[in-house]
Design a binder for this molecule. Structure first.
Ligand code: NDP
Ligand code: 8X3
Length: 256
């Protein structure tokens, strides 16, 4: 296991769920965090909860789907924060569970702009520095939804299939460098994900996890941390993890 002491980890979507859990486990290992999200107050609260001081974390209030804002934010990082060692492309969302021919086009655009374009922008502006320094690891949050499509999942599943292809393509393009690329692809994880999907309908969101024990954000962060701490010659390309009660995107064992 390699030490991450003083390594700089940029985590997108750190204001909630899996991203916040990553902040917790990486900071406990002595890493320095760049926390990215649109809700800055949530990031501030996270920094306070983790008892971090200003040398240990740097906040970026940023919409990852805004290309020029991403370029500006990354190229204007303070020198102490600019040599990013690990990029965790975690920011993402689903919107709706409609049939494709009845879907809300604005929902589609938000998913495509965040899950695909946002991940690409961060990658495009962070990875060149990693190549120059001959050091770095890009960890993308895919999903079981990128491997199997489920009814109503259409565009969300398409964005995660794109993450799978982009992760594979990046690994190929970085062959010959010491950089590592990993895609971590969970099944059901209880976070704000379903509330966002159903536009704040909490009752509907809770039903997604009813009658089974879903993964927790910490379960996923553990796996991400494991991938990040392997010896430098080891590249974990892809991990699919699900709750014991889930066998595929559509096959779930519920008690009630
Ligand atoms: P949450 O809704 O709890 O967290 C999503 C995070 O993404 C928030 O911090 C949110 O921050 C951030 N985010 C969303 N849009 C943007 C944006 N445009 N710019 C910057 N940040 C943004 O969900 P999860 O923790 O579950 O999701 C994290 C990742 O894991 C996503 O990519 C998701 O697709 C993936 N995933 C989730 C699964 C699940 O079952 N929960 C399973 C498989 C994969 P803010 O709103 O403050 O900007
Ligand atoms: C999130 C998992 O199955 O709800 O990516 O799409 S699922």
């Amino acid at each position: 296991m390699i030490s991450l002491e003083n390594h700089i980890i940029l985590i997108t979507g750190a204001s909630s769920g899996i991203g916040a859990a990553c902040a917790k486990i990486f900071s406990a290992a002595g890493a320095k965090l760049i926390l990215v999200a649109r809700r800055k107050e949530r990031l501030q609260e996270l920094g306070e909860t983790l008892r971090l001081d200003s040398t240990q974390y740097h906040l970026l209030e940023l919409d990852v789907s805004d290309r020029s804002a991403v370029e500006f934010a990354i190229s204007n990082l303070p020198p102490a924060w600019s040599n990013i060692d690990i990029l965790i492309n975690n920011a993402g969302l689903s919107r709706g569970l409609d049939k494709l021919h009845e879907g809300d086009i604005q929902d589609w655009e938000e998913m495509i702009d965040t899950n695909i374009k946002g991940l690409l922008y961060l990658t495009r502006f962070v990875v060149p520095g990693m190549v120059t320094r001959a050091k770095g690891h890009i960890i993308n949050l895919g999903s079981i939804a990128g491997h199997q499509t489920y009814p109503g999942g259409n565009v969300y599943c398409g964005t995660k299939a794109a993450v799978k292809a982009i992760s594979e393509g990046l690994k190929q393009d970085l062959l010959g460098t010491p950089l590592r690329v990993t895609s971590v692809d969970p099944g059901l994880v209880e976070t704000e994900f379903s509330q966002v999907r159903f536009h704040g309908d909490t009752e509907r969101a809770q039903k997604v996890y009813q009658g089974l024990t879903p993964l927790t954000p910490d379960d996923v962060a553990d796996v991400i941390f494991f991938c990040a701490t392997r010896p430098t010659h080891v590249n974990i390309n892809q991990v699919i993890l699900t709750p014991v009660d889930q066998a595929s995107a559509t096959l779930v064992n519920r008690q009630s």
